[in-house]
Design a binder for this molecule. Structure first.
Ligand code: F6R
Length: 602
């Protein structure tokens, strides 16, 4: 996730680019930069950190011009640094590029270009683009960009300027968003509407494979073979402010809805066309006898699902530990164990402390994290990134589901290596995983029905969640989501434990929400639900086992997929339930009281 913007017209472009980038900072904010073209050629200012840092640099070293491109970065390849920031240029600085997306074949392209005598200065995938354009440049920028695009695998929205053609910006998109904004005194490109909304509501919404030649008084769109494409102007209906959340009322809702894309991004390149699992450059020793999975909060719940998946498929014993407990315990770490930390932010103090402790004790540390360049990412021996994109709401949603994707990939990978499960079983799981984005999309359609249930829960003081096996973990995560944003007291119980104490809490009207995704144990769960029903509970079921539904008042139907994978789609309607209960109560969804997105103190 990054944001790009470009302007060509009669006005000075610098402030226009900066204010555009400000509106795109939600897409990433670990570095920012602009390139401006004037009579002296292309000048660049870029800096690690927030846009405010770039503004300061521009105050001391100003730029002026009528044509420029800008970028705010959420690092994927290469740590956040001035060197890795965009815009990137060819070697002599005559072609500058901003890019959002990932060039999957950048290694091969880099090798090709190095053989042709090109040098690279950054660790990014993007830097191949200006050099490839340079390689193909023979006096026409559009042709060179088209030729370069033919060689690029992956996703991209690109804006390009060249000193030799100071009257145009060339742009193209594939699997990354890009729009064109039209005004009387110039034209824009941008990753998203918010970037240009203060200037215009008239836009072209570009499709994949469309190339744009943006001039100060014209916009021409064509396909890869330069066939012209005509487009209707789209008039934006919403305000600049609302659009910062892309039309969603809250970041949490937006992030819930981003899950299909986040799942796709996390899977991309990790299961190849022959169904082989590609775990980046992560190496696991065959001698690992036990994995300690260590995390906090929601990431801990992801670890619990991970344990079940790894133990079920790969038969490697796992112990899931709260980082805050693990660091003060006496964990039996030795040369046969591995420590796997899970952290969305990569900055959680306790998780980081465990990472350091394990390294000190000589263990290899693996990390699942969402933030490139975070402390966890920098210090772990091996890192698996969830490409969920920036998660802004405090309550974690898309980071969690992508952590589950990571664990499923690990579990299947280990099982394949250790030959613990027949291949056809693993292939089936992989195929189901590849369709998980569609499953998530479908379940999001249940929002209206969940909203109705949420309305009936807003005045409750206590809500209990029940489940067995993996469904118990879903119940734990659902309970955390609900309590952290709605402030309703909530607990989750393994349904078999009810009679050992918690059933004493059940009274007339007590709300009990049950999760059931495993047909093999559904009758056990429904017996427990009937027990609470008999004691006056108001029962709600989130279930894919529709054979025994008599015990539930309200029912939300879950998709029927392999029970091992079921926790992933099952949590989505429960995230929505927490969200709608919170909005019903009128609380601050994105910034719940007493909480912060990243817990950097003990
Ligand atoms: C709950 C939530 C927290 C985090 C926890 C760990 O919705 O977001 O429980 O999961 O603070 O944070 P990370 O994953 O950044 O280490």
């Amino acid at each position: 996730m990054c944001g790009i913007v470009g302007y060509i017209g009669t006005r000075d472009c610098v402030e226009l680019l900066l204010s555009g980038l400000e509106s795109l900072e939600y897409r990433g904010y670990d570095s920012a930069g602009i390139a401006v073209l004037d009579d002296n050629g292309i000048s660049i200012r870029k800096e690690k950190g927030r846009l405010s840092g770039l503004r300061e640099i521009l105050e001391s070293r100003p730029l002026h011009g009528n044509i420029g491109i800008g970028h705010t970065r959420w690092a994927t390849h290469g740590v956040p640094s001035a060197k890795n920031s965009h815009p990137h240029t060819n070697q002599d600085g005559t072609i500058a590029v901003v890019h959002n997306g990932i060039i999957e074949n950048h290694e091969a392209l880099k090798k090709f270009l190095i053989e042709k005598g090109y040098n690279f200065v950054s660790e990014t995938d993007t830097e191949v683009i200006p050099n490839l354009i340079d390689y193909y440049y023979e006096g026409d920028l559009l042709t060179a960009v088209r030729k370069a695009a033919k060689k690029l695998d992956g996703s991209y929205a690109i804006g390009v300027i060249a000193a030799a053609e100071p009257d145009r910006i060339i742009a193209v998109r594939k699997d990354s968003p890009l729009i064109v904004g039209l005004t009387d005194d110039g034209n824009f490109i941008a990753s998203d509407i918010p970037a240009i909304l203060s200037e215009t509501r008239d836009v072209y919404l570009l499709n994949d494979g469309e190339f744009v030649t943006l001039k100060k008084d014209s916009v021409a769109i064509c396909d890869i073979d330069e066939n012209p494409i005509s487009k209707e102007i789209y008039r934006v209906q919403f305000s600049a402010q609302a659009s910062q959340k892309e039309g969603y009322d809250h970041f949490m809702l937006k992030e819930i809805h981003e899950q299909p894309q986040a799942i796709r991004n996390t899977l991309r390149g990790r299961i190849d066309k022959d169904l082989n699992i590609v775990l980046d450059n992560i190496e696991f020793s065959d001698d690992i006898k036990k994995i300690f999975i260590v995390a906090c909060g929601t990431a801990y719940h992801a670890g619990l699902v991970g344990k079940k998946a790894i133990e079920t498929l790969a038969k490697i014993p796992c112990e899931v530990c709260l980082a805050s407990e693990f660091r003060y315990g006496e964990p039996l770490i030795n040369k046969d164990t591995a420590v796997l930390v899970v952290s969305q932010s990569g900055e959680t103090a306790d998780t980081l402390a465990v990472l350091r402790m394990a390294k000190k004790l000589g263990n290899k540390v693996y990390a699942i994290t969402n933030v490139v360049g975070s402390s966890v990412a920098r210090e772990a021996d091996y890192v698996f990134y969830t490409y969920a994109g920036p998660e802004i709401a405090v309550a974690s949603t898309k980071a969690y589901t992508t952590q589950l994707v990571a664990f499923y990939l690990f579990a299947i990978y280990f099982a394949e290596k250790r030959k613990t499960v027949p291949n056809h079983v693993l292939s089936d799981l992989k195929n189901q995983l590849l369709k998980m984005d569609e499953v998530a999309e479908k379940i999001l359609e249940k929002a209206p029905e969940i909203r109705e249930i949420a309305k009936s829960l807003a005045d409750e003081h206590d809500i209990y969640f029940l489940g067995r096996g993996l469904d118990y973990i879903v119940a734990m995560e659902a309970s955390l989501k609900l309590k952290e944003i709605s402030y309703i007291h909530s607990d989750a119980y393994a349904s078999g434990e009810l009679k050992h104490g918690p059933i004493a809490l059940i009274d007339d009207g007590t709300v009990v929400i049950s999760i059931c995704t495993n047909p093999d144990i559904s009758n056990k769960l429904s017996s427990n639900v009937k027990e609470v029903l008999a004691r006056g509970a108001k029962t709600i079921g989130f279930t894919s086992c529709m054979s025994d539904t008599a015990a539930y008042g309200d029912i939300v139907e879950l998709p029927q997929i392999d029970p091992l994978l079921a926790p992933l789609p099952a949590i989505i309607p429960l995230q929505m339930l927490a969200y709608y209960v919170c909005t019903e109560k009128g609380f601050d969804v994105d910034k719940p009281r007493n909480l912060a997105k990243s817990v950097t103190v003990e």
